[in-house]
Design a protein around this ligand. Sequence first.
Ligand SMILES: Cc1ncc(C[n+]2csc(CCOP(=O)(O)OP(=O)(O)O)c2C)c(N)n1
Length: 662
Amino acid sequence: MISREKHDRMANAIRFLSMDAVEKAKSGHPGLPMGTADIATVLFTRFMKHDPKTPHWPDRDRFVLSAGHGSMLLYSLLYLLGYEDITIDEIKNFRQLGSRTAGHPEYGFAAGIETTTGPLGQGFANAVGMAIAERMLNAQFGNDLVNHYTYALVGDGCLMEGISQEALTLAGHLRLNKLIVLFDDNHISIDGPVSLADSTDQRARFAASGWNTLRADGHDPDAIAAAIESARQSDRPTLIAFRTTIGYGAPTKAGTNKVHGSPLGADEIAKTRAALGWDSPPFVVPSDILDDWRLAGLRSAKERGAWEKRLAAADTETRVQFDRRMRGDLPEAFPSVIVDYKKKLTQDNPAVATRNASEMALEVINECVPETVGGSADLTGSNNTKTTQTKPITPTDFSGRYIHYGIREHAMAAAMNGIALHGGLIPYGGTFLTFSDYARPAMRLASLMHIRSIFVMTHDSIGLGEDGPTHQPVEHLAALRAIPNHNVFRPADATETAECWQLALESKKTPSTLALTRQKLQPVRLDFEEENLCARGAYELSPASDDAKVTIFASGSEVEIAMEARAMLEERGYPTRVVSVPCFELFELQPNDYQQAILGNAPVRIAIEAGVRQGWDRFIGVDGIFIGMHGFGASGPAPELYKHFGITAEAAVEAAEARLRG
Ligand SMILES: Cc1ncc(C[n+]2csc(CCOP(=O)(O)OP(=O)(O)O)c2C)c(N)n1
């Protein structure tokens, strides 16, 4: 047992590391780490199952600092507990270029940072995904291998964000009882008291969605421990509202918005040292306190050893599969399964919408890759994300592989990120492309974190028809292509769809969006090719009969139109080639000579895509011809809309001829 005096000094170590690091960096947020130091100290000295020496231990408890601005709380903890990535020099270099202690916690910068947080509320929704992953893997591998808690520390800001409502209702519905949310209920945000802008009874809100809710004094270690202990016994997820004082210990600034996000200043820090009886200089933790923290870091080492023995004792098949999935490797047979499937496709040549082609590909993939987890934000029948292998999970049975996320696009994307971050599972989830706007903040974070979340976005253009311009994406392909490290795939037929799925699954460090049609398409890849042609990002689908006068670049549903235009131009004596462009981002990764060869030197270059022009100048140049959308769409049958907006083979031919005639 840790005495009260010891507890206070251990918590004060967090407080002083945090305020001194913020002071040295001349920026940062001391208020949250100072206010939540007691909660964190109790959690990590009495409850957290983790091992700083084996930080990636799959069955560790997860700790998510959703209120990412309080990053110094996490960095202090990781240093004190003995995580090697966070040394005292890293603490001193807080917020400096190249340090692991970035302004907000960044996944991949140091072991122990489970996710990137900063945009408020995201971490909470990530934690929901992690808790889902834990239950699913528990159902698949049993208590011996997977049985841990997920803790998320949230502030008023996280709970005010809309995403929190989506995340909490999903967690409440699924009864994720191993999810414990620690609410830093300090009544303060940036502008001042929370009461300036919000008067929600947070406990009542969570309770309304099936949560267990508790309240405790966030500065009383025994009360904190009792609340966490009680939460761990709950059959539902738990919110603990910990009443805290922001900037606890700072004599004149504590309890006010002045400590939220600026250095305390030398004078206030000196007074805090006196008030808390801390006489160590900045960045020095008294050795007995550091020892106590390091000891706390060792508390689960035995448990980790026992877990390793259990894994070693598991039957070979289970062990090999568990290890493979935790490494994120696909089954060895996967590439050949895709090749066989492509062979079959070129025999059948199905004329299907790419959303159906995606379902067909998934039927093959899900059979071979047991770690995929499908889902949709209430558009399962439209997104075609469900296959015969993927039974839905329910609050009482997590053995399935499908998640009905409900109409919660934002939390779906963030929970998918949490599932991917947890490891052992590969999440894919669907909605309409136009509603990627509702998921975009989480999609961006997937890119920033370099994780494998796969977003299935169907109804990818005016080709969806009658639902009209609210549902017809026009700028979304360009907007998603603008996100760094995000592969946007727009396949043209069933074969390209299979190839794009393969690329998305094999891409461990880059999330993917698959943009898929609602409407039926004619196959354009008629011959079997073992090579994954989409891997090049753009490739010559159909060569010109002679030196090309025209090159037509197109993606997805417009490749068919490009092929029609090619036939017409060839007939009129203009040698024309067609380049299919399923993925801008992969094209940019090709060697320069390949890119040049694909761009070619035909005097006329045309791009056809039923979206806005932005981005296509890369292929056609500023004086190229763009056939696509110049504003919002309209409601009507798809074929009529294509005619109305001039996205036709005839329009392409006419424009090309006008140019060629000069
Ligand atoms: C999505 C998003 N909006 C705005 C911000 C900017 N921001 C950072 S912290 C904060 C206030 C958060 O208040 P609270 O959660 O109560 O934190 P505390 O003041 O207790 O540290 C805001 C608005 C952000 N990080 N993310």
